[in-house]
Write a protein that binds this ligand. Structure first.
Ligand SMILES: Cc1cc2nc3c(=O)[nH]c(=O)nc-3n(C[C@H](O)[C@H](O)[C@H](O)COP(=O)(O)OP(=O)(O)OC[C@H]3O[C@@H](n4cnc5c(N)ncnc54)[C@H](O)[C@@H]3O)c2cc1C
Length: 446
């Protein structure tokens, strides 16, 4: 993605440059064919208030984007108004108080970089250009989130423009139900967040990664080991497996074992990743790296280059699972056997929530997370690949508890994304704050 340039403008269907400007809001290069009637690029909070009031007057439904990383292009709907928050990207850090005020259009890597200068940390997303707007609303599985919690757990307040055009602050003390909803509602939130108030953390002294690469013939052995060892892996390690048609170093189909680690010393980092060096499958690895120091910025940029190049066409789907590995294995093998070409991949993340969460809308997680990311460059291949991720995850869905909104695909497949109790409460809060349904809610499968 590119950072927004110049002063934001308002464009309507039929205006010169309208189509290109609307499509440029998306990380995905795919044209879903959906267009708003009016597209407003906000420069400041007052523009958002004015836009929402205009939408009320003219009876437009509203959709929103900050960084446009919704795989499903949730912000592109037919008709209505699209408000683009990418220019609201200010970062104001109070290092002494360990707090920050950040706009929804702020890139993950920009906040990480700014905090590094003052020795502080926030669990931003793993790709540089994912913006805080969508990331924080859906929960936020960021760097070191296994240890620090979901990123939204470090949101202490939000400034929100409501459906009636008023701007309010939401926190545990003020508009507490809105605050509850904003931590997990994701693309179904019913207000415009113009500022996030964040609690900051101490920056880990050591950030490093160890990696092993396996040929696809060892997939069953690697997953059986990873599944068994997962619950005992330290929360300082983001232990994950990537199934890919083109592994790093060998270029062959297989599994990459990746373990970024964040600790207060090298000794602790080595101890936390010892399970990889000592694993029973290690002798099968084509490549084993030592534990290498790598900043979160370098790892994010690396992931963007290798796995998330811009303007690709995507199909993505996912599931949380606690199922036995023997039950999951046929599905994992089929994902590997049917992957579209690189950089398509599937992610197996050892999540293992190990503490109670605060009361908030976010309420769906499990021991393991599995997501399939199909990507291709040309529109001619849309018909060939566009259902791949949903086909594979649908086949395994009986083994899952539900989905993560980060990688949601609700427009194609109906799935549970929060507990039934929380979903019920969210809809009650929506009815209070947005009785006319001014804001588009979740996409629904046809
Ligand atoms: C390459 C890539 C890497 C990713 N890595 C991670 C990761 O490491 N961890 C993780 O948890 N997720 C990750 N994601 C998922 C990502 O967090 C979500 O797609 C998120 O919604 C992106 O936020 P955004 O602002 O960039 O996207 P947008 O598409 O702009 O936002 C998604 C939706 O959120 C809502 N929204 C956005 N801004 C606002 C606002 N200001 N007020 C109200 N509603 C708003 C809208 O409904 C919008 O359609 C990744 C996605 C991609 C494409």
């Amino acid at each position: 993605m590119k950072r927004p340039r110049g002063k934001g403008a308002t464009l309507r269907r039929g205006d010169k440059g309208f189509d290109a400007a609307v499509l440029a809001t998306s990380f995905s290069g795919r044209d879903p064919g959906r267009r708003p009637d009016i597209y407003i690029q906000a420069n400041k909070d007052a523009d958002v208030v004015a836009a929402v009031k205009l939408a009320r007057e003219q009876q437009h439904r509203i959709s929103l984007c900050s960084g446009g990383h919704s795989w499903a292009q949730n912000h592109l709907r037919d008709g209505g108004m699209l408000i683009d928050l990418s220019r609201l990207n200010a970062i104001v850090i109070d290092a002494g108080a360990r707090t920050a005020r950040v706009g929804p259009g702020c890139w993950s890597i920009d906040l990480d970089r700014a905090l590094k200068r003052v020795g502080l940390f926030f669990p931003v997303a793993h790709a540089p250009d994912v913006c805080l707007g969508g990331f924080l609303l859906q929960g936020g599985f960021g760097w070191n989130s296994r240890a620090l919690g979901l990123a939204c757990e470090s949101v202490v307040g939000l400034d929100v423009v409501l459906a009636d055009g008023t701007q309010v602050h939401a926190s545990a003390e003020q508009n507490a139900d809105l605050y509850w909803a904003a931590r997990g509602a994701g693309p179904g939130f019913f207000g415009v967040v113009t500022t996030f108030h964040l609690k900051l953390h101490e920056r880990p002294k050591v950030t490093a990664m160890i990696m092993q690469v396996f040929h696809e013939r060892w997939l069953e052995d690697v997953f059986t080991w990873a599944h068994a060892i997962g619950p005992s892996v330290s929360s300082s390690v983001e232990f994950q497996l990537l199934i890919t048609p083109k592994t790093l170093f060998t270029g062959k189909p297989g599994v990459e074992v990746l373990a970024p680690v964040m600790t207060s010393s090298w000794k602790a980092a080595r101890e936390a990743t010892a399970f990889i060096r000592q694993s029973p499958v290690r002798k099968r690895a084509s490549v084993s790296t030592p534990l290498l120091p790598l900043s979160t910025m370098r790892m994010s940029e690396g992931a963007a280059q290798t796995h998330f190049p811009p303007k690709m066409h995507w199909c993505v789907d996912n599931m949380w699972t606690d199922a036995p590995i023997a039950d999951l294995m046929p599905g994992l093998r089929k994902v590997s056997d049917t992957l579209p070409p690189a950089p398509s991949h599937a992610l197996w993340l050892n999540w293992q929530p190990n503490r109670a969460r605060p009361d908030m809308a976010f309420s769906m997680e499990a021991g393991f997370y599995f997501a399939a990311y199909g990507e291709w460059r040309h529109a001619e291949d849309d018909a060939r690949y566009s259902t791949w991720a949903t086909d594979r995850i649908s086949e395994m869905a009986h083994l899952g508890k539900g989905i993560q909104l980060a990688d949601e695909n609700l427009g194609r497949r109906k799935a549970r994304f929060m507990s039934d109790t929380n979903h019920g409460r969210l809809e009650q809060i929506r009815a209070h704050y947005d009785p006319d349904g001014r804001f588009n809610s979740y996409m629904t499968a046809p």
